[in-house]
Design a protein around this ligand. Structure first.
Ligand code: MTE
Ligand code: MO
Length: 374
């Protein structure tokens, strides 16, 4: 069993796939803390977790086929240490809701394929600065993990070169998560953190960085993690026709209460909690809620955000709380949530019109039906 040496996981994680391990925390636990506890952080593995002996760990840095540098763990730690608080979200977060509209292929994530943590490490731009790369000569920076498929092909992904070299993109070769050594499931010993970008590009167990003309050849860059029109099906899909997802669109989710829960009205109101986030460093400026299908809207009155984030670098998620007035005669209400980001991007209303065959970019209004306790 290639998974026999996988780490132990917290028993609260709901397992969406055992081998490779994919699991998410229950929604109410997710919004209990601004910094997601390490053992409750969702796990999305595509392969067995590699075993790394830190004494032998090496990160290779190449320009195309030409190896320029090999850094061991100590050499990476010698670069100035930076910390960035960012949310990390799987491109398939909330897929189960899109699946409910029309079946699709992919793991059934609820709202928990996201976490928020402070990552610390060397900046990618500092490590690449020593190579004297001319940005105009190259197009992409590829990453490879130490996790290999049965054919020996590593997990891989890439990001555009302009982002990789931009110090304000805050990209890290991280060795700490919330001030602790990164757990094995989350990329020990080194993981690339690309704030604002879909989880899939945040390569764990980083083994190699390649400056290149072409995008990563990895299946996960070329043949997955892309969006399509709702009319594209498995007979007509051409993965070469869609760009790889990078920045994520604006999204929110109601995490407490959960669907079907019986809740109390307190002082004429129900209390609703959730998260909101937008990719690309866009700040969340508002979360709107309705319990009457949009006839009247209520703005979440309390938002927890990263107060130190600079304009255009709002990588962390927003946790929000709303106390919505409810008519006590109602037996059931359906709560809808939508977030608005600093560019006034807003979530689409329903999943029908954003449906795609891989169930990615699932950012429609979150709609949660609950019962009112009498
Ligand atoms: N990196 C490697 N090496 N192998 C992987 O399977 N999965 C990716 C990304 N990086 C993956 C990887 C995907 S799709 C996501 S959503 C995130 O890691 C999940 O990170 P987490 O498990 O730390 O939450
Ligand atoms: Mo993912």
């Amino acid at each position: 069993d290639p998974y026999a040496n996988d780490p132990k996981r917290h028993k609260a994680l709901k397992v969406n796939g055992p081998k490779p391990f994919c699991g998410e925390p229950p929604a109410p636990m997710l919004v209990e803390s601004f910094y997601t506890p390490l053992d409750l952080f969702y796990v999305r593995n595509h392969l067995p977790v590699p075993e790394v002996d830190i004494k032998n760990y090496e990160l290779e840095i190449a320009i195309e086929d030409d190896t320029k540098k090999i850094l061991n763990f100590e050499a990476i730690k010698k670069y100035p240490k930076y910390s960035v608080t960012t949310a990390l979200m799987c491109g398939g977060n909330r897929r189960s809701e899109m699946h409910a509209v029309k079946p699709l292929k992919g793991l059934s994530w609820s709202v928990g394929a996201v976490g928020n943590a402070t990552w610390s490490g060397a900046r990618l731009c500092d490590v690449l600065a020593d190579l004297n790369i001319n940005e105009d000569d190259w197009n992409h920076v590829q990453f490879e993990g130490l996790d290999l498929d049965p054919a020996g092909v590593p997990y891989g992904a890439s990001i555009p070169i302009n982002r990789a070299l931009n110090p304000r993109a805050d990209i890290l070769l991280a060795y700490e998560m919330n001030g602790e050594t990164i757990p094995r499931d989350h990329g020990y010993p080194i993981r690339v953190i690309v704030p604002g970008v879909v989880g899939a590009r945040n390569v764990k167990w980083l083994a190699k960085i390649v400056i290149s003309k072409e995008e990563s050849l990895s299946q996960f860059q070329r043949g997955d993690y892309k969006g399509f029109s709702p009319s594209v099906d498995w007979d007509t899909v051409d993965f070469s026709k869609s760009p790889a997802i990078q920045d994520m669109p604006v999204i929110s989710a109601i995490c407490n209460p959960v669907p079907g829960e019986q809740i109390n009205i307190v002082d004429g109101k129900i209390c609703v909690k959730g998260y909101a986030w937008s990719g690309g460093g866009n700040k969340i400026i508002r979360v709107d809620l309705t319990i009457d299908q949009g006839k009247t809207w209520h703005v979440a009155e309390h938002m927890i955000q990263d107060k130190n984030a600079k304009d255009g670098r709002h990588w962390a998620w927003t946790l929000w709380t709303a106390n919505i007035p409810v008519d006590s005669k109602l037996n059931e209400v359906e709560i809808w949530a939508k977030a608005v980001d600093a560019s006034y991007n807003v979530q689409p209303e329903n999943f029908e019109n954003i449906w795609n065959l891989r169930g990615l970019l699932c950012n429609a209004y979150h709609k949660v039906k609950v019962q009112i306790k009498k």
